[in-house]
Ligand binder design. Structure first.
Ligand code: AMP
Length: 448
């Protein structure tokens, strides 16, 4: 990858994003103290989800928000919550007045960081509780009193069962990444938490998709909600270029190392399906003298945080992660995501590639697809309603028999879908039907 070119396109996209906005932060009536912290964060304009959600949250409405991570949705709820808390009369004993539930520790930690970053110094107290670390500091923080509590469901229930958390004065409850909560089997825990909340409260539910189950959940939790959506359900963000290499499973590591050595990939988050796969790949990269670290559920919280900190600082070039651990990871200006294994659920692809191309910056997602994964690739292309552009696998790494030079027709829907499955396999030669055949490009840099 041509670094300079990548940086230029990222900067251009970031600059272009605000101009698409219809109103500025001043129009959102967030108050002078918050205006200063927003300026300090470097946000020139509210993102679309912020424009749509903030006025309703300020007005005290319940809200059902359909937005992926990377759209600025944390600030869409954190800023108006902070505004409301700062302008309400203080309560004796400093009770918890806002509760945010998030599915993973990483996401909870990031939400906590955002609240602390946006809250004018000395005004409000926020603390994050999640499992995998000692309870002591969390208990102390709860004892001292908090305004905003951000939590993962398991640890929060633990602390509630020990009688250490009182949620009876919560005014605003946020359920973030509700779809992921469902996927991870957290729904019973979420219901237990909501039973401990006052009936009269404001509830904000955010989800990347609004599948039927999410609507049912929302129906039981929200009262007369406004619904806001910033991207069509299941779509990937526009500024992400999406490519695929066809390669045998056994050659994927060599291909990845080749791309890294040739400078086609800069800082990259690589997804594997399993923890062992993540460990194995990390070891191979390190042996190839590429700075790499792994993040997955078997790693301690401190090891995960160390890995992320090194990645953010640019000391670690590659982080290999499993899906659950990577959920909610927000690395500023992350240029590349690689799908080393294809996910079984196509929706997971949307979440993975959403780690790059955040907040208007450009990003590149590269998928390494083995012959046995072509069904998954087809499912992804149907879901995101676009074809991933084929890049030419370097000599010696192409699968046998050699992969197709081109595909034709859309990858989703009806007859063309069947055609793509056949051609993507490389076992049959695609016959162009109507459209001009597209040749595979030579590498990421050439494709941009
Ligand atoms: P989120 O979707 O909340 O995970 O946010 C993704 C990224 O967008 C984070 O790095 C935020 O700091 C950044 N962000 C949030 N709001 C804005 C904004 N109005 N302008 C620019 N960046 C933003």
């Amino acid at each position: 990858m041509n670094d300079r070119r990548l940086r230029t396109t990222a900067a251009k996209a970031a600059a272009a994003a605000p101009t698409a906005a219809r109103c500025g932060f001043d129009d959102l009536a967030l108050g002078g103290e918050l205006a200063a912290t927003i300026r300090a964060a470097g946000y020139a304009q509210p993102t679309p989800i912020q424009q749509q959600a903030i006025p309703h949250v300020l007005a005290g409405r319940d809200l059902l928000g359909c937005a992926q991570t990377g759209t600025g949705k944390t600030a869409a709820f954190a800023l108006p919550i902070l505004h409301r808390l700062m302008h309400a009369a203080p309560r004796p004993g400093r009770p918890i007045r806002a509760l945010v539930l998030a599915p993973t520790r990483e996401l909870a930690a990031q939400i906590g960081d955002s609240f602390r970053r946006y809250a004018p110094r000395g005004t409000l107290r926020c603390h994050v509780v999640f499992g995998g670390v000692g309870k002591g500091p969390q208990i102390q923080a709860l004892r001292r009193g908090l305004d905003v509590l951000v939590a993962t469901p398991g640890r929060l229930l633990d602390l509630m069962n020990e009688g250490r958390v009182d949620l009876r004065q919560v005014e605003t409850f946020v359920l973030d990444e509700a779809d992921r909560m469902l996927d991870m089997g957290f729904l019973p825990d979420v219901r237990r938490v909501t039973r401990a909340l006052p009936r009269r409260r404001q509830t904000l539910l955010f989800s990347a998709t609004l599948a039927a189950e999410i609507r049912t959940l929302a129906g039981g939790m929200l009262s007369d909600p406004v619904e806001v959506a910033v991207t069509p359900v299941s779509s990937t963000a526009e500024p992400i270029d999406q490519f695929v290499y066809f390669v045998d499973t056994a050659r994927k590591t060599s291909l990845l190392i080749d791309l890294l050595r040739r400078g086609e990939l800069d800082r990259v988050l690589v997804f594997t399906r399993t923890k062992h796969g993540a460990n194995r790949l990390t070891q191979k990269l390190v042996r190839a003298r590429i700075q790499a670290d792994a993040i997955h559920g078997n790693k301690s919280q401190s090891a995960r945080e160390r890995a992320l900190a090194g990645f953010r600082r640019g000391q670690t070039r590659v982080v290999v992660a499993t899906d659950i651990a990577a959920r909610g990871i927000d690395v500023k200006d992350l240029p590349h995501v690689v799908n080393f294994d294809l996910p079984h659920e196509p929706e997971v692809y949307v979440h993975r590639v959403g780690r790059t191309g955040r907040a208007g910056a450009r990003g590149t997602a590269i998928t390494l697809c083995a012959p046995g994964e072509r069904g998954q690739l087809g499912a992804i292309e149907r879901l995101v309603r676009r074809r991933l552009e084929i890049l030419q696998t370097p000599d010696g790494l192409a699968p046998e028999p050699s992969r197709p030079a081109a595909r034709s027709g859309p990858a989703y829907g009806g007859r063309s879908e069947r055609r793509v499955r056949e051609t993507a396999g490389g076992e049959r030669t695609p016959r162009p039907r109507g459209r001009r055949r597209r040749g595979a490009r030579r590498g990421v840099a050439a494709a941009r």
